[in-house]
Ligand binder design. Structure first.
Ligand SMILES: Cc1cc2nc3c(=O)[nH]c(=O)nc-3n(C[C@H](O)[C@H](O)[C@H](O)COP(=O)(O)OP(=O)(O)OC[C@H]3O[C@@H](n4cnc5c(N)ncnc54)[C@H](O)[C@@H]3O)c2cc1C
Length: 504
């Protein structure tokens, strides 16, 4: 017996939606499950657009592309991608202040203790450099440099950690070509109705405007914010997090580049919300994320246009959402992936990662037609924890700020926050300790970068740091700083590197 003739196995998967989520799901399923074992159909509407943003990623996207066995050069060329070493946060802590959230560690453990405890001690002693000087990603980013990791080197160059900026529409197209080659059936049509089974409320079929009826065993809802299947048909419910994250709209527009190709995203805080700048090979993606309680759409467009470095090269795209997540991402035989599952605003570029992570969980817990409730519960528990931890990390940026120059920042400084975040902040404030919990996405480096960048000054550091004399700590920190600077000196310019190594 093989998969395709075992009676209980899922034989047809229907994906509704052809944005990044739909095509990422189709590509991964066609690679791992295979269309010879199971029919995979993707339905997308040419009347309803995709959000077409989602241009900045985090390093985990490399793993997704590796699973698909995508050729990196081909991918970079097709999607007009550039490399990303981190995010620069400008004016977040206060005006005229900036810091980098880099990918990759600060320094290295010393005597089995995390580097930052020694750095904290030196800060208290009035020594040590800015934290970013101990991160190769940050130093290289500020110098507009990039190269792939050099595993043969016994230096930080061996561990360069990177992600991409790319054109989200082109990425979906790239994955669409990939999936169709692997046998995914694409249907262009608008879903107008959903048929449920009378006996258990599972989805039986979807009906298209042209009267086609598409039935399936497993349905993946990638229909975007509205959640056509998970919410409109199955009434799953939504946890609204607007209290913690009041930004609920964005206006976005590309323009031509006028600056060197930066290997990092910029997030520039505004009186209400923040603007992004994402450099691609052929254009710069710009957006302004704001809270409609504090600024009108017309004013937001003005802020966006005023911040552009050159004339816009397309119409302004406006996006509206409620921050939060579905009460269950997997309900009956329907799994919501992408914006239909929830959205925690784009500040830390987590949207595509959450899609990738949902696909990975689906593979691990891939059902039979019995749809065991224990699998569904596990998927939902893991998804909930993951979204909540990401939410906490993003709330940190808004809550811990010295900005008091607008009603928006007054609201953020004074809002109540989740107890899980409160606990993390208090621990860092008191002891300088940071713990990664429940396999959360953001590691100690990320929390350190943002807690320190936003201005939390711990009262103490790990007591065992005092085993080393100050002069020795100072020597080691100087050494780390110079190793990092020497490594960055070897790296070529980002633009030059892309031209030389990443174009076919
Ligand atoms: C302002 C903003 C900035 C973002 N920035 C980033 C970022 O920098 N990095 C990142 O990782 N993520 C980012 N994201 C998130 C990222 O854009 C999304 O996670 C990603 O695009 C996935 O979207 P989607 O495919 O779920 O939905 P959509 O792109 O909305 O696609 C929905 C699809 O469903 C189809 N559809 C809808 N209704 C029907 C119907 N009735 N019949 C048939 N088809 C239908 C549509 O045609 C479309 O193909 C951002 C999101 C926003 C809003």
């Amino acid at each position: 017996m093989t998969y395709s003739n075992i009676p209980n196995t899922v034989k047809s998967v229907v994906i509704v939606g052809g944005g990044s989520a739909g095509w990422m799901a189709a590509a991964a399923l066609s690679k791992v499950l295979g269309t010879q074992n199971c029919d995979i159909t993707l339905i997308e509407s040419d009347q309803i657009g995709t959000v077409s943003v989602g241009e900045a990623t985090i390093p985990q996207i490399q793993l997704f592309n590796r699973i698909l066995e995508v050729d990196e050069k081909e991918f970079l060329e097709f999607t007009q991608a550039t490399f990303k070493l981190g995010i620069e946060f400008v004016d977040w802590r206060k005006k005229d202040h900036s810091y980098m959230h880099p990918f990759g560690a600060y320094g290295t453990n010393i005597e089995a203790l995390p580097f930052h405890h020694y750095w904290l001690k030196m800060q208290q002693e009035g020594g040590g450099q800015d934290l970013s000087k101990y991160s190769l990603a940050a130093v290289a980013a500020y110098q507009n440099k990039f190269m792939h990791p050099q595993p043969q080197q016994n230096s930080p160059l061996a561990r360069i950690n990177y992600a991409y900026h790319f054109d989200a529409t082109l990425y979906a197209k790239f994955l669409s070509n990939y999936s169709i080659k692997k046998g995914v059936k694409r249907i262009v049509g608008k879903v107008v109705d959903v048929g449920l089974k009378a006996e258990n409320g599972f989805i039986k079929e979807v009906f298209l405007e042209d009267k086609q009826c598409i039935s399936g065993d497993l349905f993946i809802d990638c229909s975007g914010f509205k959640g056509l299947l998970i919410e409109q048909a199955l009434k799953t419910g939504f946890d609204d997090w607007s209290h913690f994250l009041p930004c609920n709209r964005a206006v976005a527009v590309p323009c031509d580049p006028t600056q060197d190709l930066k290997p990092y995203t910029q997030s520039i805080a505004q009186d209400v919300g923040w603007r992004w700048r994402i450099p691609l090979q052929h254009r710069v993606g710009n957006g302004y994320v704001y809270a409609s309680d504090f600024i009108s759409d017309a004013e937001a467009k003005e802020v966006l246009l005023k911040g552009l470095e050159s004339e816009p090269i397309a119409d302004i795209n406006i996006l509206r959402w409620t921050t939060g997540m579905r009460k269950k991402s997997w309900n009956k035989n329907c799994i919501a992936i992408g914006l239909s599952a929830g959205f925690v605003e784009p500040l830390e570029s987590t949207g595509l990662h959450l899609i990738q992570s949902a696909i990975a969980k689906l593979m691990t817990l891939f059902p039979t037609k019995q749809f065991h409730q224990c699998d569904i519960d596990m998927f939902n528990q893991q998804t909930e924890k993951e979204y909540q931890r990401i939410r906490d990390f993003i709330v940190l940026h808004y809550k811990v700020t010295e900005r008091d120059d607008s009603p928006f920042w007054d609201y953020c400084r004074n809002m109540s926050i989740p107890s899980t975040l409160q606990q993390k902040i208090e621990m860092y404030q008191e002891t300088g300790r940071i713990f990664r919990q429940d396999d959360e996405l953001f590691n100690e480096t990320s929390w350190l970068a943002v807690m320190q960048g936003q201005g939390i000054q711990p009262k103490s550091y790990h007591p065992l740091v005092d085993r080393l004399p100050v002069s020795e700590i100072e020597r080691r920190l100087r050494n780390i700083e110079s190793v990092i600077q020497n490594s960055a000196d070897i790296m070529p310019g980002h633009h030059e590197y892309i031209k030389k190594h990443c174009m076919l």
